[in-house]
Ligand binder design. Sequence first.
Ligand SMILES: [Zn+2]
Ligand SMILES: [Zn+2]
Length: 425
Amino acid sequence: MPSGATPFDADAVSPAQRLEVLLEELAELVGQRNTIDGRIVDIVAELERDELCGATGARSIAALVAWKTGVTPNNADTVVAVARRAEDFPLCVEGLREGRLSLDQVGVIAGGAADGSDAHYAELAAVATVTQLPTAVKLEPRPEPEPTPEAEPEPKRSFRKEVHADSTTYRITLPRDEAATVDAAMQSHHDALIAAWKRDHEDGDQASEHAPPFPNTVDAFMGLVESGWDADVAARPHGQHTTVVVHVDLDRDGEKPVAALHLGPVLSDEERRYLTCDATCEVWFERHGQPIGAGRSARTVNRRLRRALEHRDRCCAVPGCGATRGLHAHHIRHWEDGGPTELDNLVMLCPYHHRLHHKGGITITGPAHQLTVTDATGRELHPGSLARPPTTPPPDVPPYRGPTGERADWWWYTPFQPEPPPSPN
Ligand SMILES: [Zn+2]
Ligand SMILES: [Zn+2]
């Protein structure tokens, strides 16, 4: 038998014996890994409970886990799902900490099992594989869908839809700057519809009863949706969406300019700098209340420049983000402070991190080819995971032999039966 790179003396050891040795080592390693995963879950639960990750600039705890531990978003979601329900499933999570259950097994349970089912699944998971457990969870009687897990700490944004017999009601909640975009777009469409209506009906006051009604806000909204639907979106450069008009009052004797949204509220310094950073809004400079120009040329990122930027940055420049859609071109030194609209002073940011930066949640210092991004506490953010060679011995736990995985006979399986709900108090 030719000698390979195997650590075994191939002549002395049979394949069956080698398999046994390798599986034994695997069992030991997986037991240790489960225990380590248990500790990771505890750390994530603590990060979230004490709200420690707000300073990192990550958009969610799952994004932080994916970034810092170098795992896929799916794996990170599993860790977070277990961390969030660790208190509901103490026995299952203890099984993970002791190396007896795997993260994915407990993840399936935390992802869908009913409250109060900890003991049931802790016992089942000892024998059921990761592919068998979801079946068991699905067999639970389920009078109502699971409540969705707590919303991420994003700015208030939601889109709700209630379907009635013959109509649908939409409820949309947006932060101020995004609401301003909607308002500006609606106003522009409303004006255009009214102008068209007047054009069609101005000959004679005999507005017939067949004339369409005078356009209202809902017509403006539908006009907006339809024109968005029709438009050749691909032909537009990113970011060249509907204009928000910002009036900047320069008549301030050396003080900072004051900006207001067109027909809207006065903006904070942060909001003004955010809105006027990219070319997503139109800026009107005013002195003594008189417009003195639209000032686009100085700060507009033209198509060629934007393409060069997209080619250079590819995704949001904040480490660990990786967002590629709807990116903004951020002026590292703001154009208000004389920052030029040039490649070296521009960097691509996703809308979330762009807003976060202008609110002071992260700092971004250039030039673009030597970008430094820090979190709110001034610590520099680095891409890549935190992984490094261990300095402590691996956890001392028994090997993980895995669930027995015997063929499941679902006919005889008794699903978890939730207690009848307590009477409301
Ligand atoms: Zn910016
Ligand atoms: Zn980002």
